[in-house]
Write a protein that binds this ligand. Structure first.
Ligand SMILES: [Fe+2]
Length: 445
């Protein structure tokens, strides 16, 4: 299907614009789906030439929003206001998309998803709206919508429509988060059979293999496909993190540490999602007694440059910043983050207030207590938290840090009956792995 000034390549209506602008939008959308290239940069150049391209302003605002960081808010607000100023020239869909972006910016992430869902009801092939809602479902830990929001649109797609494989990749991840591992894996490979260069679909398969303890298969899958998901891909650091988890599972801590240095955080960075993975991996290594040298302090320095602005913006990020400070032994910095999370829970009207109250506070208190060797408090904070921990977002694999810390703290506190049961839970979810054997040896020494 050719792109024209009235509809995009998926027959979704677009208000009048320069033909080149719509072509650039298609390029940006593929970059957004695949994580190859910078979609925002692509459209910023377009908007210089066609400043009334409202969909371009919406895309730029939305793609920055979904980074989940306060540091982009002024740029986001600027793009939203430019789109709002063009409302008389916008179609109904575009007005709704602007509204969703504003709701997101104001912290009403659940409301933004509802608005995108209304857009998708009328335009189920709006791939941009679908991915924005999908990623926001991830931020909110909404497993059912990770699967079903995609599922509601699927009957309107077929493989001849541009971007179809990416929709299948999203669906694969949603299925995995709903614990439908077999069909998730099949769907992920189906997506890759159409478009192998899809970091999100590879990632969906990686999650299945992680949840089932299939670490050797995971290493093989990533290694065989490395040229499709790693070089030049903006999401590669997170796939490298998953590869490091497989190394952890097979008791190859040096391999995991090597990936930390070479791939996950090879140089200083200010992106929360990347720092977050670094924190999570160092914490897991710390639980296993691995000496990580100066890495905690270096990582804490990177977080410290961000926290004044970002504290209290998103509880999931706050939690991972806090554990970096705990790991580095900088407990006063960790307490500052906990105070910010508590303040957000009490005073904010954003959705993050609920996330902070329900999960952020007990999770942060648990890790701080761990750093102060008050393992009984770590256990009491975490033991009933895990079933609702999805409320502060992330994936099952990411939130496993809570389960591993609980198990570890139970062992350190001598609560061996609890530890034994937690290990039983782990062994039921994953066949016995070398990492589980290490925990077993500590419980039954
Ligand atoms: Fe992941």
């Amino acid at each position: 299907m050719s792109v024209n000034s009235q509809h995009d390549a998926r027959e979704v209506p677009v208000s009048a614009c320069e033909p080149q602008s719509l072509e650039d939008f298609e390029t940006a959308l593929v970059r957004f789906h695949s994580y190859f290239g910078d979609p925002v940069e692509t459209l910023e150049a377009t908007l210089n030439n066609d400043p009334e391209f409202v969909l371009g302003h919406i895309f730029v605002a939305s793609a920055m929003l979904i980074m989940g960081e306060r540091q982009y808010i002024s740029a986001i607000r600027n793009s939203i206001e430019r789109a709002e100023a063009l409302s008389t020239k916008s179609n109904e869909r575009e007005k709704m998309l602007v509204h969703a972006a504003r709701q997101w910016m104001e912290g009403r992430w659940d409301r933004a998803c509802e608005t995108w869902d209304r857009v998708l009801t009328d335009h189920p092939r709006d791939a941009m709206a679908l991915q924005l809602a999908h990623l926001t479902d991830f931020f909110r830990g909404d497993a059912l919508n990770l699967r079903d929001r995609v599922g509601r649109t699927l009957t309107h797609w077929h493989r001849d429509i541009p971007g179809y494989s990416y929709i299948q990749g999203m669906y694969a991840f949603g299925l995995e988060e709903c614990n439908q591992h077999k069909i998730a894996e099949e769907t992920g490979y189906y997506a890759l059979s159409i478009e192998p260069r899809d970091g999100w679909a590879v990632h969906a398969i990686a999650h299945v293999l992680e949840m089932q303890g299939r670490y050797d298969e995971g290493i093989t899958m990533y290694t065989e496909r490395v040229n499709d998901w790693a070089p030049g891909n903006g999401f590669a650091f997170h796939n490298w993190w998953h590869l490091a988890l497989y190394y952890m599972e097979r008791d190859d801590f040096n391999g995991a540490l090597g990936l930390y240095d070479s791939r996950i955080l090879p140089e200083p960075c200010d992106l929360s999602s990347q720092l977050l993975d670094a924190s999570a991996l160092l914490w897991r290594l710390m639980l296993q007694g691995v000496d990580t040298g100066s890495r905690w302090n270096e990582l804490a320095d990177m977080w410290a440059r961000k926290t004044e602005l970002e504290n209290g913006y998103y509880a999931f990020n706050d939690f991972h910043a806090l554990i970096a400070f705990v790991g580095a032994g900088r407990l006063s910095n960790a307490r500052e983050i906990l105070a910010a999370v508590e303040n957000t829970a009490e005073h904010s009207t954003r959705l993050n207030a609920m996330m902070s109250r329900d999960v952020g506070i007990p999770a942060c208190r648990a890790m701080l207590a761990f750093g102060e060797k008050r393992y009984d408090e770590t256990v009491s904070c975490l033991v009933n938290l895990r079933p609702i921990a999805n409320r502060f977002g992330g994936s099952h694999a990411q939130r496993d840090i809570l389960s591993q810390t609980l198990l570890d703290a139970a062992i350190r506190d001598g609560q061996l009956a609890l530890a034994s049961n937690l290990l039983s839970e782990r062994k039921c979810n994953k066949p016995m792995t070398p990492l589980s054997k290490l925990y077993e040896a500590r419980i039954y020494h």
